[in-house]
Design a protein around this ligand. Structure first.
Ligand SMILES: [Zn+2]
Length: 330
């Protein structure tokens, strides 16, 4: 189901939230945003490409001039091919379109690299296979047409909307080059999955050369410093006290880092073992009941905290028979 509501309006700008059902149980819906100023219009995020956001927009609003996707996850960029096919410009951060292109050039290489990270961090091989078996999040990106035509922009670049400009604010963390759009003269920021209202964005480690949690915390501070008045996230409700929510998220990860450190007080553990001992706000009774996809998110998130602690010098790691174990530095 797709439905829209007017969430902001003044003399020269209207913002509609377009809620689209998605088959991701933990999220249920994505919020796309349709902005109109005079004759000009912009759509932020596109849905998964299952229900047609383009058809909805053509019917409800008479089309759109350009489209921006906040990051490469399929619920945000999955609808992009339809717009591209119709000659509508689709824009995202240079870094995240780079990831899509790398994945499409050699999907096995790209996915095997991430599988490798999980194997060497103690995830049982049969579980790794289940985690990645034709994972729709990756494979829909591979199978969708036209994705190479997406235009990449850098941090600070501007997107026109009537007499206004929205600034690309690259906020790595949730993905390596996740990007928000800031309409500075009105204090409105469209934040994708960077800041969410009552759930914490997943911060997965998908490349060992990155430190996604450090990047995420810096990106939260970067948004806070810009001082937006309202945040429009891609899931759940609109955030009217950005400073408060950002500080809750900073505090959450501070607590998580403490939790991981205390788990490692028990001795050397793999990232898989750390993930299984962390507390997760999910409906499953215990770790053994987590489905493979949930275990993937948990391990990827445990890894981002371990990588952070490793680079801070709190934690060390040793290799034994091709598997890494983490311990606390004295
Ligand atoms: Zn996402």
């Amino acid at each position: 189901m797709i439905e829209s509501s007017l969430v902001y309006s003044d003399e020269d700008l209207s913002v509609y939230r377009i809620e689209v059902d998605i088959p991701i149980k933990a999220l249920k819906r994505i919020n796309c945003y349709y902005l109109r100023s005079g004759d000009d219009s912009l759509l932020i995020d596109t849905g998964m490409g299952i229900e047609s956001v383009k058809k909805y927009i053509d019917g409800e609003f008479g089309g759109v001039n350009r489209v921006f996707a906040t990051h490469f996850h399929i619920d945000h960029v999955g609808g992009a091919p339809e717009f591209l096919e119709d000659g509508v410009e689709v824009i995202m951060s240079k870094g995240d379109i780079g990831d899509i292109i790398k994945l499409r050039e050699d999907p096995d290489k790209y996915i095997n690299y991430i599988k490798g990270i999980h194997l060497e961090n103690g995830v049982p091989p049969d579980l790794v296979e289940k985690m990645f078996a034709r994972h729709p999040g990756w494979w829909r990106l591979v199978d969708s047409p036209n994705m190479e035509d997406i235009i990449g922009l850098a941090d600070g670049d501007l997107i026109k909307l009537g007499s206004h400009e929205l600034r690309v604010v690259v906020t790595p963390g949730h993905t390596p080059s996740h990007a928000c759009l800031y309409l500075e003269d009105k204090g409105l920021m469209f934040v994708g999955d960077h800041v969410l209202s009552d759930i914490t964005p997943n911060i997965p480690l998908i490349r060992w050369d990155l430190n996604p949690l450090r990047d995420f915390l810096n990106s939260l501070r970067k948004v806070d410093k810009l001082g937006p008045k309202i945040l429009y996230p891609a899931h759940r409700s609109i955030i009217r006290d950005p400073h408060k929510r950002i500080h809750e998220l900073l505090q959450h990860h501070d607590n998580r880092l403490r939790e991981v450190t205390s788990i490692l007080g028990d001795g050397l553990l793999t990232a898989y073992e750390v993930a299984s001992r962390m507390t997760w706000d999910v409906k499953f009774k215990d770790w053994s009941e987590f489905p493979p996809s949930q275990k993937y998110f948990a391990v990827a998130e445990a890894l981002s905290h371990l990588k952070y602690l490793l680079e801070e010098g709190v934690v060390y790691r040793v290799e034994r028979n091709g598997v890494y174990y983490y311990g606390l530095n004295k």
